[in-house]
Each structure stands twice: as C-alpha cells, then as structure tokens.
Design a protein around this ligand. Structure first.
Ligand SMILES: Nc1ncnc2c1ncn2[C@@H]1O[C@H](COP(=O)(O)OP(=O)(O)OP(=O)(O)O)[C@@H](O)[C@H]1O
Length: 570
C-alpha cells in the first residue's frame, strides 16, 4: 500500500474523486446493514408491530434499495473511470520515463518483463482502485459500525466477539512472510515465461532450419513447469494466509457464546439485548470472512505497484540539458564493464574534431561497438567520460543530443507501416520528391518505382517484407534525411554488395560534408580515406593514424589489411 500511495503522490495523481467513489461504496455497504439495524431497533424499542409500521418499513426499505442502487452506480462509475484515468496517466508517465532510460537499463529487462509490466501489472494497479480498495475499506467501516453498536449494547460481548481478532491479525502478518515472497516469485516466473515464449516464437524459424525445434521447447516446458509450481505455491500460501486468520477471527462467535454463558451465570444478561448482539456478531463474522479473502488479494495486486514504483526509481537521462554548438568529440580515459564482467574498454582517450571522418577497426570482440554505443550516450561509462563540445554527454539533454547525433547499426529497426512513414521518422516535413531523391542515393528508387503503391508500400513488422539489404538501405536513407551533426555508423552496409555499398557510402560522405562521422568497418576498403583510423584490440586503442601511416607503423593494421584484402578478393 505504501508504494501505491507513493506512486500516486510522486506523479501528482489526484485521488479526490477516487475517495468519493470509495465513500459511495462504503455507503452502499452500510445500506446493506439497514435490515439488520432495523430488526435491532425493533427489538430494542419493543415496538408493537401493526400494518402501519410494516408499511413504513416497506417504504424505508424501498428508499434504501433505491439509494443503494444510486450509490452502487455512481460509486462504480467513479471508481472505474477514476482508476482508468489514474492508470492511463501513470502509464503515459512511465512510458515517457522508459524513453529516458539509458539503453543498458532498457535492455537489462527481457521483452516479456516489459510486456508484463505494462499490461498485467498495470491492470493489477487499476484493479486495486476499480474494485478492491473500496471493498476492503467499506467492509472495515461496516465492521467498525457493528462493533460500536454491540459495544453500546453490551461492551463485554463486543470485547468477546473481537477477542480472537488480534491473534488473527498477528497470524496474518506472520504468514505473510511466506506469502509475500511467493507473490514475487510467481510474478518473476510469469515475466520469465512470457520472455521465453517470445524467444521461442521468434526463434522458431531458425530452429526449424536446423531441425531442432525441441531445443527451446524443453526449457520452455521446464519454465511452464516452474510457473505451475509457483502458481501452486501462491495458491497454497495464499490459501493458508487467508483461511487460517479468517477461521481464527470467526472463533469470535465461540468466545461470544462463552462470554454469554459467563454473564448468564451471574444472571445479568437481557435476552433481547443478547439476541441483538448475536445477530450483529453473526454479521460481523461474515464481514471478517470476506475481509480475510480480500486482504490477501489486495496484497497480490499491490505488489504490481511496487514494480511500477521501482521502474520510476531507475535513473534516467535528462531530456533537456546543456546545449552544444560544436560537434567535436573528446573521449577521456574511458573504461567500461558490462555488469559484473571484466572491463570491455580500458582507458580509452581520443579526440575527434568536428567535420572529421574517423574509422574504428579491430578484431571481432575488441570493443568497437561498445565504444560507439558510449559515444552515442546509450550507456554510462564505468569511469572516464565522453564529451561533445567539452560537455559531458550525460549533461546534454537527450532530446538535444539525439537531434544532433545519429547512431545507425546493422540491425535496422523498422516499424510496421509504409516506406513513407518509416522515412518520415527522420524528417517529418520531407516532401515526396525529397524522399525519392534520398532513396535514389541508397539505390532504392527503382525498387520503390516498381511497387504498385510506391512510398505507401507496407513493409510489415520490422520490415518483414523487405530483404536484408533493402532494410539496411532504408535505414541509411533515414540517416541521410536526418543529416545530423554527428553520425555514428556501426557496420551499416554489412548486407550490401560492394558496388551498392560504395554508392551509398559516397552519398553519405557527400551529404555529411563538414559533419563528424565515426564508422566501424570490417571491409577496410570502405575506410581507407578516413582522416584517422583507430585500431582496437582487447578493449584498448593500439594505434591511430591514416591508412598510409598505419601501414608503415602498425604490424597489426597490416595484418588486418591483408586479411581484409584477401576476403574482398574472394
Ligand atoms: N550486452 C552485453 N553484455 C555483456 N557483454 C557484452 C555485451 N555486448 C558485448 N559484450 C562483450 O563485450 C565485448 C566487446 O563487444 P563489442 O560488440 O563491443 O565488440 P566488437 O569489436 O564490436 O565486435 P564485432 O566486430 O564482432 O561486432 C565482447 O567480448 C562481447 O562479448
């Protein structure tokens, strides 16, 4: 509950209307007590029952029924609409928060965990307000009203009926020590299962090609088994946590009878009062039973609030920050480790002047992509810093940063929609003629011309209907349209044939004349004319120079060139 309130307060979500909804729900439950209270009143006043009294009762009951219906409708409406509104507001805030997360935190969770967070756990957050919270509060208040009436009629009987309640509450808290971890375990299992299911479905094509479809199936079946176990555990611990305290609380009726026997023995018990207290106590038992079911359910649903709260506590990159005007990059004694792994980058220092073309080369696994992702500000460094225009990259607001810096890698992310829609991400105002001339720079114009719907052609989820090369060229066309001040390219032409690659890269260099380009390349012929080539090995820079300089001074570079030339000839 603490996290739920913190979440609402931190996001300035008003719960005034929710309170009104809860108030109406309480009124609805209190009206349910009316027949009982009426009987108690009749008994206590020893009113003579005639047809006129019955008529008054009928009218009162009818009025109560109408009031109950109004409260149920208005309360339900307020609770539903307000909880949906609060959930929507929170979802938008957290989605906005998501885009500010550094990439390492974003990728730190698997797809299924994000999916569960934004669907199931949001639904649970919503249900707390739309159903459960109002029910719990209404039942607790009804219980308090009944206790007050019994205490007024016969204080000792009120104490006796409530006597087992502290034991029931203490037991509930003790059992929660087992129940709460099982809720978390089940939630974790559910998220892991969704992630594994995603991976299984996405990987099925590859597995079919290798005729090993059972490879991911058995871990998935094991995961489902674990999910079943955690489901059973939550049922078991949840069942005990709700039933045992509920049962103990209901022993209140036994202590009530015991106290009645003791009082009767001293001859002080009025039968009418006893009858009224017994009626009210029976109703109290029923309420306690309902509460014993609702409270553990509330505990399950409120764990979602903790997950949402934890998401909001993750550190974000500021959207707005310092403005930069010059687009030179300074890397100062930069080191980086992935989680608990040994360092991937060690003590890297590099100056990339504005308007220069730098290439990064090196053996596979030497840390080139990691370095580029740090230059793009996708993850914070472990030590040292990346600066642009002498401003730490973390201090440049991400909006301003990504208006000026573009990172393109070989895995182009496309969205289901048309070619035009995918291109307009880079420049929403680009006209069709600009789009077509950009597409011609990546050699896609003839392909688009051949399509019956041209730029409106749908490309499927993540470019499913396009070839690998077409996807890459569409991604590069977006880069050309964007014309950012700093362009970071991580093997952006790996799926292109050499002629297309040369054509595309020439156009990129022409369009990005005077802009800063840093490019990772395996085919060295694409970077021979770079202003500086940075050679990396095992997370360190081992040589920097032009192609001609490195050929003379770096045996490692010579080796790399020989390998690359052989590969190109082949
Ligand atoms: N997300 C990650 N978590 C943990 N380790 C990673 C992660 N990404 C990369 N690594 C490790 O960091 C090291 C450097 O990887 P990186 O991708 O930067 O190398 P690279 O030089 O770009 O390789 P390639 O030329 O094959 O793309 C590798 O040993 C890799 O296994």
């Amino acid at each position: 509950m603490m996290h739920l309130l913190k979440l609402l307060n931190a996001n300035h979500i008003s719960y005034r209307s929710l309170n009104l909804g809860i108030g109406l729900k309480v009124l609805e439950e209190l009206i349910d007590l009316l027949p009982l209270l009426l009987v108690v009143w009749l008994l206590s006043s020893q009113h003579t029952m005639d047809s006129q009294t019955f008529l008054v009762i009928v009218v009162a009951m009818l009025f109560a029924l109408i009031l109950k219906w109004v409260c149920a409708q208005a309360g339900g409406y307020l609770n539903f609409t307000e909880s949906y509104k609060a959930t929507n507001t929170l979802r938008s805030i957290l989605l906005d928060h998501l885009r500010r997360l550094p990439l390492n935190l974003l990728l730190g969770k698997r797809a299924g965990q994000w999916q569960r967070l934004f669907t199931t756990q949001f639904k649970q957050f919503e249900e707390v307000f739309s159903h459960l919270l109002a029910d719990v509060i209404a039942h607790i208040l009804c219980l308090i009203v009944l206790v007050i009436i019994v205490a007024y009629l016969a204080p000792i009987l009120a104490i006796s009926v409530l006597a087992p309640l502290p034991i029931a509450i203490a037991l509930y808290y003790w059992l929660s020590r087992y129940f709460t971890p099982s809720i978390k375990e089940d939630s974790h299992e559910q998220a892991q299962t969704s992630s594994q299911l995603f991976e299984y479905i996405h990987g099925l094509t590859t597995l079919k090609h290798f005729a090993v479809t059972d490879l991911l199936l058995s871990p998935l079946v094991n995961r489902l088994q674990a999910l079943r176990q955690s489901g059973l555990k939550i049922e078991k611990t949840g069942g005990i946590t709700s039933q045992l305290p509920g049962l103990i609380a209901q022993a209140g009726i036994v202590s009530f009878l015991l106290a009645s026997a003791l009082i009767t023995a001293s001859g002080e018990l009025d039968l009418t009062i006893w009858l009224m207290c017994a009626l009210l106590s029976l109703y109290m038992m029923q309420i306690q039973h309902t509460l014993s079911m609702l409270i553990p359910e509330l505990a399950v649903l409120t764990t979602a609030s903790k997950a949402l709260f934890d998401l909001q506590q993750l550190p974000t990159q500021a959207l707005e920050g310092q403005h930069i005007e010059h687009f030179d990059i300074q890397v100062q004694q930069l080191s980086f480790c992935y989680a608990q792994n040994p360092p991937t980058l060690h003590n890297i220092s590099l100056n990339i002047p504005k308007g220069s073309f730098f290439a990064i080369v090196g053996a596979s696994g030497s840390g080139k992509s990691t370095l580029l992702s740090l230059l793009a500000g996708f993850q914070p460094s472990s030590s040292g810093q990346v600066c642009i225009d002498n401003t730490n990259i973390d201090d440049i607001g991400s909006r301003h940063l990504y208006q000026n810096l573009l990172h393109v890698d070989q895995h182009i992310q496309l969205f289901s929609g048309s070619i035009r829609e995918n291109l307009l991400i880079a420049d929403p105002n680009a006209s069709d003629s600009i789009l077509m001339s950009t597409l011609s720079k990546v050699g896609l114009h003839t392909f688009i011309d051949s399509l019956p719907d041209g730029l409106n052609h749908p490309i499927g989820e993540n470019g499913l209907f396009l070839s690998g090369g077409e996807k890459q060229r569409l991604g590069l066309a977006r880069a050309l349209l964007r014309n950012a001040n700093i362009l970071l390219l991580d093997e952006p032409t790996s799926a292109l044939d050499q002629t297309t690659e040369q054509h595309v890269l020439e156009n990129i260099h022409r369009s990005y004349e005077g802009k800063t380009i840093v490019m990772i390349a395996h085919r060295l012929n694409t970077i021979r004319y770079a202003d500086q080539i940075v050679l990396m090995d095992k997370g360190q820079i081992i040589a920097v120079g032009t192609h001609t300089e490195l050929l003379k001074t770096s045996p490692d570079y010579q080796k790399l060139v020989n390998h690359s030339d052989k590969a190109t000839t082949l």
